[in-house]
Design a protein around this ligand. Structure first.
Ligand code: ADP
Length: 162
C-alpha cells in the first residue's frame, strides 16, 4: 500500500488519532492527515492551529504530512493519487456511520478503498468533543492531547468566555 489519506476534523488531535496515524504510517509509504474544511465552521481551533498541532505531534514520523481539503473526500483522494482512506473505529457506535460513508465513497469512486484501524484499548473512549467538554470545565486534558494542543484549546475556551 502506498499513499493513504486520513481525513477528519481533528479539533483537536488527540492520542487516539495519533495511535491510528502511527499504525497507518507503519502500513503505508505515506499518510496525509487531511482536515476537512466543510467541518471547520463549528470548530474550536482554526485550521492553521490544527495543522500546527498535528505537524508537531507527528514530527517523528517522516511518512506523515498534513493538509486541508475542500469538497468531496473521494475527489481529494483521486487528486492526491492516493490508494486508500484510513478511518479509526472506536466502538460499535462508530460502525454504522463509517460503514455508510465507506460504501458511499466506494459507490462514488469504485477504486478508493477504506481501511479501518482500531486504536489501542486505552484510547477507545477518546473523542475531541469529550476532551473539549472536559477542558471547558477547567479540568486538565494533558493525559489525552499534547501540551501544544492543550494550550491552544485552553486559550480558545478562555476567549469564548469573555
Ligand atoms: P470526524 O470529524 O470525522 O468525526 P474526527 O476528527 O473526530 O472525525 O476523527 C477522525 C477519524 O479518527 C475518524 O475516523 C474517527 O473515527 C477516528 N477517531 C476519532 N477518535 C478516535 C479514537 N479515540 N480512536 C480511534 N480512532 C478515532
Amino acid at each position: 500500500m502506498q499513499k493513504a489519506i486520513y481525513p477528519g476534523s481533528f479539533d483537536p488531535l488527540h492520542n487516539g488519532h495519533l495511535d491510528v496515524i502511527g499504525r497507518a504510517a507503519r502500513l503505508c509509504d505515506s499518510v496525509v492527515v487531511a482536515i476537512a474544511a466543510n467541518a471547520s465552521k463549528n470548530a474550536l481551533l482554526s485550521t492553521a492551529e490544527r495543522i500546527d498541532i498535528i505537524k508537531n505531534a507527528t514530527a517523528h514520523l517522516p511518512e506523515v504530512s498534513v493538509t486541508e481539503f475542500e469538497g468531496l473526500l473521494v475527489d481529494f483522494v483521486i487528486e492526491q493519487k492516493a490508494d486508500c482512506i484510513i478511518r479509526g473505529l472506536r466502538a460499535i457506535s462508530d460502525f454504522e456511520y463509517e460503514f455508510q460513508m465507506a460504501l458511499m465513497n466506494r459507490q462514488l469512486r469504485s477504486t478508493v478503498e477504506t481501511i479501518f484501524l482500531m486504536p489501542s484499548q486505552e484510547y477507545i473512549y477518546l473523542s475531541s468533543r469529550i476532551i473539549k467538554e472536559i477542558a471547558a470545565t477547567g479540568n486538565d486534558v494533558r493525559d489525552f492531547i499534547s501540551e501544544k494542543a492543550a494550550v491552544a484549546v485552553e486559550k480558545k475556551l478562555a476567549l469564548k468566555k469573555i
